[in-house]
Design a binder for this molecule. Structure first.
Ligand code: F3S
Length: 62
């Protein structure tokens, strides 16, 4: 599983980081940072929660 964050859609709601702080980090302005690499198997549910938490639909997991 991979996480893609569309920075053109991210508006800094920070709900992703609240839902899954293990996966989603924010920059100094509160915007989500890109996620590199594979999501560990035990964090796949957390990744989905982060995806669903974003009101801008800036997060895609595949
Ligand atoms: Fe950005 Fe959505 Fe997270 S707007 S900070 S990706 S909740």
């Amino acid at each position: 599983m991979k996480i893609t964050i569309d920075s053109s859609l991210c508006s800094g709601h920070a709900r992703c980081a609240a839902a899954a702080p293990e996966l989603f980090e924010l920059d100094d302005d509160g915007y989500a940072l890109p996620f590199a690499g594979e999501v560990p198997a035990d964090l796949e549910d957390a990744a989905r929660e982060g995806e669903m938490a974003c009101p801008e639909r800036a997060i895609t997991i595949e």
